[in-house]
Design a protein around this ligand. Structure first.
Ligand SMILES: NC(=O)c1ccc[n+]([C@@H]2O[C@H](COP(=O)([O-])OP(=O)(O)OC[C@H]3O[C@@H](n4cnc5c(N)ncnc54)[C@H](OP(=O)(O)O)[C@@H]3O)[C@@H](O)[C@H]2O)c1
Length: 255
């Protein structure tokens, strides 16, 4: 029986790269997104080419009932959940200085990025706990946070707070679930070429040119998917609650 992965925000950008990679690795995929399925273009069809089954669940991860539906529809279709990838995320609609940040923007970003992570994970791991151990593993949660969990950007502070919150959720859930064979990991992407960064392409082109990132290129969704594939697989079973930077070495402090 094929394993099943839920990938939130899995129809484009980093999430799609993860969906495609896990499909190639033999997972059936529940892709979650806000857009209509028809708007996802050819991406979802590519999953079929990998020879796996997939469903698209149109849902808002910041909505309580939608989160329940994500888990229910996945279990109804596939019977179980092996992996949850909490990838869906948003940047603030307006980049405003910390002193001008609105409560509305703070709530929007925290609800989408962090509250959703807390409560979708809660639902998914309850399902995993009802499933038998497979070897030493019952399930995996992979959280896509950001270098912004560590790095200050004073014109999008709510995003930084939201990602730092995901880092603590990673540790909390890893601690709570280690004894149950559920592994929890965090990936911190740096600057990855997706729709999210398309509005600031020139800025990041300049930083790459200037050597801000020791590996002097844009990150690609596939770079993040490579890390996710390792965590989703059957190895790496004495590690939980950690993060890995997928950032071209950006985190290295230099003199
Ligand atoms: N790109 C980067 O440089 C970078 C760096 C560090 C971290 N990250 C993180 O990586 C993750 C993916 O980013 P990306 O660059 O691939 O972004 P993206 O291209 O903007 O895609 C975001 C995805 O999240 C989904 N999404 C947003 N809000 C949602 C909601 N309320 N409910 C359900 N789905 C929702 C979107 O769904 P629709 O397709 O239906 O709109 C879309 O599939 C995010 O958490 C982001 O913070 C990105």
């Amino acid at each position: 029986m094929k394993k099943v992965a839920i990938v939130t925000g899995g129809s484009r950008g980093i999430g799609f790269a993860i969906s495609a990679r896990l499909a190639r690795d033999g997972f059936n995929i529940a892709v979650v997104g806000m857009r209509e399925e028809a708007a996802c273009g050819e991406n979802l069809e590519q999953l079929s080419k990998a020879g796996v089954e997939w469903i698209y669940i149109r849902a808002d991860v910041s909505n309580t009932n939608d989160r329940k539906r994500i888990v229910e529809e996945t279990v109804t279709r596939f019977g179980r959940i092996a992996v949850l990838v909490n990838n869906a995320g948003v940047a603030p609609k307006i980049r405003a200085d910390l002193l001008d940040m609105s409560e509305e923007s703070f709530d929007y970003v925290l609800d989408t990025n962090t509250k959703s992570n807390m409560f979708l994970t809660q639902l998914a791991v309850k399902q995993m706990l009802s499933q038998p151990l497979q070897g030493k593993k019952r399930g995996t949660v992979i959280n896509i946070s950001s270098c912004s969990a560590e790095v200050s950007s004073v014109n999008r502070g709510e995003y930084c707070v939201s990602k730092a919150g995901i880092s603590m959720l990673t540790k909390l859930y890893a601690d709570r679930l280690a004894g149950d064979g559920i592994f929890v990991h965090e990936i911190r992407p740096g600057v990855i070429r997706t729709d999210m960064t398309s509005a600031v392409t020139e800025k990041y082109d300049r930083l790459i040119e200037a050597g801000t990132f020791p590996i002097r290129r844009w990150g690609e969704g596939e770079d993040v998917a490579d890390a996710a594939a390792v965590f989703a697989g059957d190895n790496f079973l004495y590690t939980t609650g950690n993060y890995v930077d997928v950032d071209g070495g950006f985190h290295i402090r230099r003199l």
